[in-house]
Design a protein around this ligand. Structure first.
Ligand code: CAA
Length: 692
């Protein structure tokens, strides 16, 4: 017997233990073993019940995602589920931990299911660009009805077993050791107190209205995605005789597998996990129970909120009483939001504000903090002064972090006598909501301080990405570059609204000019002023945003920027058109038109160029780390997998050809990074660099 499946005989009962660490994914070995085992036990007259359960923390976490896109090796999971369902000997399952995707489908192929309290079940396939292809779209509507099945399959929502019970997806909830529970279930089947049935024998209750409504809703809200629409078609097929429905599900599943969106979404899934693989992974993180935050602005308050929500005690320090009071009020409001969203109880909110949060006007109050995050004004002098003070007041071993978005963490570290303890922790606004955290490792940062940054991110439920030191780190550095491309497009003929529409058409929730207005134009203005002394003379410079700022227009917060804001409505700002025209006249530019495809091509090529440089210079560990930054911090469309995954879909030769073509107009801005030139010549890809 293959050891991913182990059989234990107890009288007439065959207990089948599924043991494929870490998460019991239903990869090829498990499928072979499960199918062979159940067939053999079904043929054995001494076996009266076959009871499945999972070893370790879960039943089955789903199909093995690493196998998607590769040739399928028999037996396919749908066939395994059919083998279970058509077994003449009853097959039952005790489900604990998670039963997701193919894991839930295996359970639905069984003749009865009992779940441990709190078990999470669901069909996350749609988040991977596919659909439940092992009978889920046929069996779930038979058990739970079409509306509930559509909801689960189209959203990918994970639900606790308690909700699955009310939907009819599990038969009962009971707590216990998985092996003992599986045995107990089998004995109940023998004793006649646990009924068994085959889901294929149930007929789906027709509900054309629900199917049509969902299809229409998806056409309106998710037109750019592929698999959700296919999910609805598959659920509709559950009205057919089951074998026809299963065949239809298979055909639709194959279409999803072939879609580039599937590859992008699966890349995003692995990106989230790949970024945890850092050189410092074996170092032991320092213990963190209390945190200090310096600066009570939007960022500092957001960081403090995130720390409180993670169960840390927080001391917030600001220079003046009014600022501190505003920060404390922002934190209270943030926590209110968490209560409203059901993420926090009102009691816990009250306890956090009364006992876990302290405000102070004195940095001396940070003496006991295990980690201190400075989120003060973005100015090197200010930061050096703060870190000088921290050096005197922080306890030995405290991690001293800066939330700087651009500045040199090596210089900040040099303001202390303990540079090994200094690190960058770059949060994204709003800090208690956004998932990305850039962990900026300076020359002297100690490995256990890096490990502490990653452990802290995990506690804050954030995705940490390791970055080296450079202006803007991974995310903002790349952003500064492609924003210039947007500016050049604007001056050469495309309007901000046209550019935004094209980028939104590509899949971003917001185009670059809308994003700038939202973030505040003053932020980019400050960094451009900072960079002015070192800006190369050959660099083309567009003044429109500076002129807007000089007129006091900082975007949404002042009511006007690239757009004029009127409540929830926005319209192009006519002042921008005037500024553009004036600048064109001064520079002697005759405007030309750009198609949305041309806009996307230039913008994405610019993003890929700087992303490639970030990899080439070792600022990011791997291309997939850059993809993670853009996916989880900058709204890059998840179904496209990130800029460097997208680059692979274009191919290095195409990108190099584009850059060389654009360089005819601006040879300073459009330069081919070495890594891309090599790939184009030798046939490599960023995926190959990820695999190293
Ligand atoms: N296939 C392959 N590997 C998987 C996997 C899967 N389904 N699920 C998790 N893993 C891997 C992770 O990549 C990770 O590997 P590394 O340690 O090498 O990075 C390891 O298992 C542990 O995973 P996590 O770090 O995510 O562990 P966790 O304890 O935080 O979470 C989990 C566990 C809830 C199961 C989470 O991993 C998860 O949500 N997995 C995905 C579940 C899923 O989407 N299943 C549906 C698959 S599609 C399907 O089943 C199609 C079908 O119909 C046939």
């Amino acid at each position: 017997m293959n050891d991913v499946v182990q059989v234990e005989r107890v009288g007439q009962v065959a207990l089948v233990r599924i043991d494929n660490p870490p998460v019991n994914a239903a990869g090829h070995a498990l499928r072979v073993a499960l199918s062979d085992t159940v067939r053999a036990l079904d043929a054995d007259p001494s076996v009266a019940v076959i009871a499945l359960y999972g070893a370790g923390g879960s039943f089955i976490a789903g199909a093995d995602i690493r196998e998607f896109g590769k040739p399928v090796q028999e037996p396919w999971l749908p066939r395994v589920c059919n083998t279970l369902e058509t077994s003449t000997t009853p097959v039952i399952a005790y489900v604990h931990g998670v039963a997701l995707g193919g894991g839930l489908e295996v359970a639905l192929g069984c003749h009865a299911r009992i779940a441990a309290p709190g078990t999470m079940v669901g069909f996350p396939e749609v988040t991977l660009g596919i659909l439940p292809g092992a009978g889920g779209t046929q069996r779930a509507p038979r058990l739970a009805g079409i509306p509930a099945a559509l909801d689960l399959i189209v959203t990918g929502r994970r639900i606790p077993a308690e909700e699955a019970l009310t939907l009819g997806l599990v038969d009962r909830i009971e707590a216990g050791e998985p092996r003992d529970m599986a045995l107990g279930m089998a004995e109940e089947v023998l004793g006649g107190t646990l009924p068994t049935r085959r889901v294929r024998d149930i007929e789906t209750t027709p509900d054309d209205a629900a199917l049509e409504a969902k299809a229409a809703e998806l056409r309106a809200t998710q037109a750019h995605l592929f698999s959700p629409h296919k999910c609805v078609e598959a659920v509709a097929a559950s009205l057919l005789p089951i074998d026809e429905g299963l065949a239809r599900e298979r055909a639709l599943y194959d279409e999803c597998i072939a879609s580039p969106q599937r590859a992008g979404l699966i890349h995003a899934f692995f990106a989230e996990r790949a970024v945890t693989k850092i050189p410092e992974a074996s170092a032991t993180p320092r213990a963190v129970t209390s945190a200090g935050v310096i600066g009570a602005g939007t960022m500092g308050s957001g960081i403090a909120t995130a720390m409180l929500l993670a169960g840390l005690s927080v001391t917030l320090v600001e220079r003046d009483a009014a600022g501190l009071e505003r920060g404390m009020a922002t934190i209270a409001a943030n926590l209110d939001g968490a209560v409203k969203r059901g993420k926090l109880t009102a009691d816990k909110r009250a306890a956090m504000l009364s006992s876990a949060l302290t405000g102070s006007l004195d940095m001396g109050a940070l003496g006991q903090a295990d980690v201190i995050v400075e989120a003060a004004f973005e100015d090197m002098g200010v930061k050096e002064e703060i870190f000088g003070t921290l050096d005197r007041v922080a306890k030995p071993g405290a991690v001293l972090a800066s939330n700087t978005s651009y500045l040199d963490v090596n210089r900040i570290a040099a303001a202390t006598a303990r540079p090994g303890d200094v690190i960058g922790l770059h949060f994204f606004s709003p800090a208690h909501v956004m998932r990305l955290l850039e962990v900026v490792v300076a020359d002297a940062t100690a490995p256990e301080v890096v490990a502490t940054g990653f452990a802290l991110a995990k506690r804050l439920r954030k995705i940490a990405v390791r970055s080296g030191v450079c202006d803007g780190f991974i995310g903002n550095r790349i952003m500064m570059h492609y924003r210039k491309a947007a500016d050049y497009l604007m001056l050469d003929g495309a309007s901000p609204a046209e550019i935004d529409a094209a980028i939104e058409g590509f899949g971003f929730a917001m185009g670059p000019f809308s994003v700038m207005d939202l973030a505040g134009l003053d932020i980019g203005w400050a960094s451009r002023k900072r960079q002015a002394p070192t800006r190369p003379a050959a660099e083309r410079y567009v003044h429109v945003a500076d002129r807007l700022c000089e007129g006091g227009n900082f975007g949404r917060k002042t009511g006007a920027g690239f757009y004029i804001y009127d409540g929830r409505d926005k319209r192009p700002n006519p002042e921008v058109a005037r500024l553009i025209e004036a600048e064109r006249a001064e520079a002697g530019i005759t405007p030309r038109s750009f198609t949305p495809e041309e806009i996307v091509a230039r913008y994405m090529t610019a993003m890929i160029v700087e992303a490639a440089r970030v990899v080439e210079e070792g600022i990011a560990l791997r291309p997939i780390d850059v993809d993670a930054v853009k996916l989880f911090g900058y709204g890059f469309p998840r179904f496209r997998g990130g800029p460097l995954h997208h680059a692979d879909t274009l191919g290095a030769a195409e990108i190099v050809a584009r850059i060389e073509h654009y360089a005819a107009e601006d040879a300073h801005y459009w330069q081919v990074p070495e890594v891309l030139r090599r790939m184009a010549a030798e046939g490599g890809s960023f995926a190959v660099l990820n695999a190293r």
